[in-house]
Design a protein around this ligand. Structure first.
Ligand code: UD1
Ligand code: CA
Length: 458
């Protein structure tokens, strides 16, 4: 196979989205549409990746920082053929095949592209177009064939007569073209059509006339579908979810109610994990084998160690748990939380930049922030690390086997050394030496013959 470059067209405004955001940055499963397309290109290991931007180009370029991409500007969007013309300078010196695709087809799969490019090369074509069948193909360019089934041309819907509009085989917007011919053909297209645009599909009859053009039909139209409006976006979101869930089930993951879950493209889940209804696994999530993720949990940018139980309504973001751990119900692990093996975080506890050592427990109604904690620690109910003085954040350090009584405030910066016991209800603001008891409790008074207040009479 000769070398391959890839060109993605992403300059269009996406008017039908009715959005102030560029269309290719609208997210599907937490990734911009364009990132999905790039993900499917990656396995082809192209020699060059060129992306044409125009409408809000700076936003698109900033959203996908990637040194491997050559960005090309199409200042005025004069059509898909014009967009490709704008990219030609970036192809200078390249003589292989160019795979062209749209930035708005998020479900396109690498294996489809590989097969398509393979056909193109083996059959020595100079222009191949990937087609699909859509029963109600409104908006798509129709693939027109001769009586023998040979490719003739693609006619845009707005230029089509009633007979051509009946055709259900359509242009997917994916092409493979020999670069040398592409340059020649593009010189010969014009904008004499219903939209006054330079259409890329207008090079098809030129290739057909030379006997080097063909259309390959792909049976799975959903994976080639473009997003032009919010309805299509929502539809593909659901298709994506179903496919992701399906592939995880193949790998040994149980979903109690797959339809209710939401998963980002890069989520990795180990074997024998059980995922209960209404779970959201966002970008950057790895779940180790044997975990149970309870209902209504949301996890993002986190790694959950094996055999961990995450109980319902827990919220985990930017955390690492080494497993096995018990988390929740109603726990919130914020960025920089680390749980060593067998650590437990229970209900209504919030952690931020807190390292909880092996076997340590923060079980009830506590806030632990900017904290380094050793092994075998027990943090009593309602303990608060007072890490913020109104201007700066300070650190709390807790050694091994420390016992902190309930209702304690630890005013940082402060250190509780190994084996310290803190009496319940204390406010600790000075370092505590190891194996000592610290308490700041006010002495209790008992008042005899105390009369309870009574309600005022009207
Ligand atoms: C295009 C095809 C149509 C095909 C369909 C598949 C043309 C004329 N028509 O129609 O045959 O069935 O895709 O989805 O090619 N773009 C630019 N610069 C421009 C115009 C468009 O970069 O000047 C980009 C858009 O950002 C988009 C892609 O090209 O990613 C397709 O443009 P769009 O307007 O969506 O074309 P369709 O009408 O869908
Ligand atoms: Ca489109």
């Amino acid at each position: 196979m000769s070398s391959l470059a890839v060109l993605v067209l992403a300059a269009g405004q996406g008017t039908r989205m009715r959005s102030s955001q560029p269309k290719v940055l609208h997210e599907l499963a937490g990734w911009p549409l364009l990132q999905h397309v790039l993900g499917s290109i990656d396995p082809l290991k192209p020699a060059r990746i060129i992306i044409v931007t125009g409408h809000q180009a700076h936003l698109v370029e900033a959203a996908l920082p990637n040194a491997a991409i050559t960005w090309v500007r199409q200042e005025q969007q004069k059509g898909t053929g014009h967009a490709v013309q704008c990219a030609l300078p970036a192809l200078e010196g390249f003589t292989g095949n160019l795979l062209i695709l749209n930035g708005d087809t998020p479900l396109v799969e690498a294996k489809t592209l590989q097969t398509f490019v393979g056909h193109h090369s083996r059959e020595k074509r100079e222009l191949s177009v990937l087609s699909m069948t859509i029963p109600s193909p409104t908006g798509y360019g129709r693939v027109v064939r001769d009586a023998a089934g040979g490719l003739l041309e693609v006619v845009e819907e707005k230029d089509a007569d009633a007979r051509i509009r009946e055709i259900t085989e359509v242009n997917s917007g994916i092409y493979c073209v020999g670069t040398k011919y592409l340059v020649q053909w593009l010189q010969n297209i014009d904008n004499n059509n219903a939209q006054g645009e330079y259409y890329l599909p207008d090079i098809i009859p030129m290739a057909v006339a030379k006997g080097v053009g063909a259309a390959y039909h792909h049976p799975d139209s959903l994976s080639l579908a473009g997003v032009n409006n919010r309805q299509q976006l929502a539809k593909l979101e659901k298709v994506f979810r179903d496919r992701k869930v399906e592939s995880l089930m193949e790998e040994g993951v149980t979903f109690v109610d797959p339809e209710s879950c939401w998963l980002a493209p890069d989520v990795v889940v180990g074997k024998d994990v059980v995922i209960f209804p209404n779970v959201i696994l966002g970008v950057g999530v790895t779940i180790g084998g044997g975990c149970r993720i309870g209902p209504f949990c949301e996890i993002s940018n986190s790694s959950i160690g094996p055999d961990t139980v995450v109980k319902p309504f827990s919220h985990i973001e930017g955390a690492t748990t080494k497993g096995p751990n018990e988390i929740g119900p109603y726990a919130r692990l914020r960025v920089g939380s680390v749980l060593d093996a067998k650590a437990k975080v229970g209900n209504f506890c919030e952690l931020k930049k807190a390292h909880i050592g092996e076997g340590s427990k923060v079980n009830h109604l506590s806030y632990v922030g900017d904290t380094e904690m050793g092994k075998g620690v027990n943090i009593g109910a309602g303990t608060i690390t007072c890490n913020y003085d109104g201007a700066n954040k300070h650190k709390t350090t807790i050694g091994d086997n420390v016992f902190v009584g309930s209702g304690t405030q630890l005013v940082a910066p402060v250190t509780l050394n190994d084996e310290v016991v803190v009496g319940a209800g204390s406010t600790i603001s000075k370092d505590v030496p190891q194996k000592t008891l610290a308490l700041t409790r006010a002495p209790q008074r008992t008042i005899n013959n105390w009369t309870r207040p009574t309600k005022n009479k009207k």
